[in-house]
Write a protein that binds this ligand. Structure first.
Ligand code: DI6
Ligand code: FE
Length: 402
């Protein structure tokens, strides 16, 4: 029965931006994709396409890999528009955090929310990302900061998988010091103690921390990474967002999948990331919303051969955006990435930042995660902002409503 249902589908007559190889758009004009189950079995010119059970005509539409949003804080309750007003009046993100707002205010709201409420609001946000072409989504915990609420956040994140999107979960209990702790070292001890059970419950794919003067020190971060390593979990780090703490070099020493933010990254940090193969995840939404003026060292990252990913960093404080398309544009305008670099950042390098090699390019053998756009070239999507020309979104071979 299963055999009968497994139909091979050919999408033909599209303009494919495959991003095959390390460089270039990999354009195939009048190209076709053969989808077998959840995989791309064949990609090439329509004229050479193999036979299929079903054929979809693309009429020249643009086809790209689906977006991989590799850094979000999507599960939470409450909102922080009041802090937006405070920042406009001159308060800094760090000032607000030190005064007990910021992450801590979202922690209070999230602890008070039921699992059903968290699922309902996170579902709406995930659907907004999907409507702009996201097919793989990373979601961090870190607004619970106690064992029960961290677990609740991660369970909710996992449940979003049923929407038709691949969800990867990251444990970020080392995000801020919760009010019931006065000593950060004691809290880190608890963070390390909660992890094995969450991992055993299948709720954790990676471990992250916020290494910053308003959060945790490199030594405390190292304790969290040791706990992750002991369980065989890969690590990532919010590093050098507001100041240079040497976090990137520390994380690279643990062969981190990624270091994220990086506005204050040092040359030593860049070299360590390059040597470890760690991806630099740049977050233009947070840079923009905090009116940051210090740019990440983009040319130096390029020169060192560090792969660059781009993500929304969706969260209620520093990056309340649900638009990967806007991030493509901002990566170009604010960070001067080329449109191709921005596209690679939200697809193949986003996947790499999650340790995934099976998606992000339109290449035979990869997952059949792709988008069809009413556009002629992917650079058009980076040049526009506030415009969404998505017409089809396919995840694991299945067309979903968008
Ligand atoms: N840096 C960020 O940009 C997010 N977390 C972090 O460590 C912001 C989280 C928040 O402000 O709620
Ligand atoms: Fe973040």
């Amino acid at each position: 029965m299963a055999e009968l249902e497994r139909r091979v589908k050919l999408w033909r007559g599209g303009r494919l931006a495959t991003l095959a190889g390390e460089q270039g758009w990999g354009l195939i004009d009048d190209g076709a994709l053969l989808v077998d189950g959840d995989q791309l079995r064949w990609v090439g010119p329509s004229a050479d396409a193999p036979a299929a059970d079903e054929v979809v005509e693309l009429h020249g539409a643009l086809v790209t890999a689906g977006f991989v949003d590799c850094h979000t804080h999507l599960v939470y309750d409450g909102n922080r528009a009041n802090e937006f007003e405070q920042r406009l009046l001159g308060a800094s993100y760090a000032d607000i955090a030190k005064a007990g707002g910021g992450i801590r205010s979202t922690v209070a709201a999230t602890r008070a929310a039921s699992e059903a409420d968290l699922l309902a609001s996170a579902t709406r946000r995930a659907q907004a990302l999907m409507r702009e072409g996201v097919t793989t989504l990373e979601i961090k915990s870190g607004y619970g900061l106690d064992a029960a609420t961290e677990a609740r956040m991660l369970r909710v994140a996992r449940q979003l998988q049923s929407l038709g999107l691949d969800v990867r979960t990251t444990y970020l209990a080392a995000h801020a010091l919760p009010p019931e702790f006065t000593n950060a070292d004691d809290y880190i001890t608890a963070v390390c103690e909660w992890l094995p059970e969450l991992r055993a419950a299948g709720l954790v794919d990676a471990v992250d921390a916020f290494c910053e003067h308003i959060a945790f020190s490199p030594a405390q971060t190292a304790r969290v990474f040791d706990a992750a390593q002991a369980l065989g979990l890969p690590v990532k780090l919010h590093a050098e967002q507001l100041s240079d703490q040497g976090g990137a070099a520390l994380a690279a020493g643990y062969r981190a999948l990624s270091c994220d933010h990086l506005e204050y990254l040092s040359p030593a940090g860049i070299q360590a990331m390059a040597a470890a193969g760690t991806v630099a995840v740049l977050l233009p939404g947070a840079f923009y919303a905090l009116r940051e003026t210090q740019l990440p060292p983009i040319q130096q990252l390029r020169d060192a051969g560090v792969p660059i990913a781009i993500a929304t960093d969706h969260n209620p404080g520093s990056s309340p955006t649900l638009s990967p398309l806007l991030m493509l544009n901002m990566a170009c305008v604010l960070f001067r990435l080329t449109p191709e670099e921005a596209w690679r950042g939200l697809t193949v390098n986003g996947a790499r930042a999650l340790g995934l090699r099976d998606r992000g390019q339109l290449v035979a053998g990869q997952r059949a995660d792709f988008c069809v756009w009413d556009a002629g070239h992917p650079r058009e999507l980076a040049a526009c902002f506030g415009h969404n020309p998505l017409t089809e979104r396919v995840q694991q071979g299945m067309q979903g409503a968008v």
